[in-house]
Design a protein around this ligand. Structure first.
Ligand code: TYD
Length: 138
């Protein structure tokens, strides 16, 4: 697995009433959590993402339905399918992501390490490559 992303398999507590997954900062989530946001009302024909972050790290969980995420650190690329609320995708900083193929009323939750800051975004792929070259991130 690439050092800049990894699949997290969460333990669920299951009984006759249903299932429960608990995520703790510093435990299942490998950073202090500052923000949570979620994407819903998604459309199979409209992709999202197309950016990287200079500093922000995040864990993405598809809580319902499924989607695909292309991750790219400028060296390696991988397409990951998120299709379970027991699976998370950890993304280090400086990972380009494209999110698509939203199916079955997908709901994607992002658990993130920083407050919202547009200055942390790299929204152009060439700028992303220049940034990682300049910062020796890879
Ligand atoms: P954007 O990052 O472009 O979404 P995605 O990468 O998932 O396609 O965000 C869409 C808009 O929402 C953009 O105008 C920025 C705004 N936004 C916030 O105000 N706060 C947030 O926490 C996030 C993630 C986005």
């Amino acid at each position: 697995m690439n050092k800049n992303w990894s699949i997290l398999n969460f333990k669920s507590i299951d009984d006759e009433r249903g299932s429960l997954v608990a995520l703790e900062a510093g435990g299942e989530i490998p950073f202090d959590v500052k923000r949570i946001y979620y994407l819903f009302n998604l459309d199979i024909n409209n992709n999202r993402g197309y950016h990287a972050h200079k500093e922000l790290k995040q864990v993405l969980v598809c809580m319902h339905g499924e989607c695909k995420i292309l991750v790219d650190d400028g060296k390696d690329k991988e397409e990951i399918i998120l299709d379970s609320s027991k699976k998370g995708l950890y993304l280090n900083n400086c990972v380009w992501r494209e999110i698509y193929d939203f199916k079955k009323e997908a709901v994607l939750v992002a658990i993130v390490s920083e407050h919202y800051d547009e200055a942390d975004y790299l929204r152009n792929y060439d700028d992303f490559i220049k940034f990682i070259e300049a910062n020796h991130e890879n």
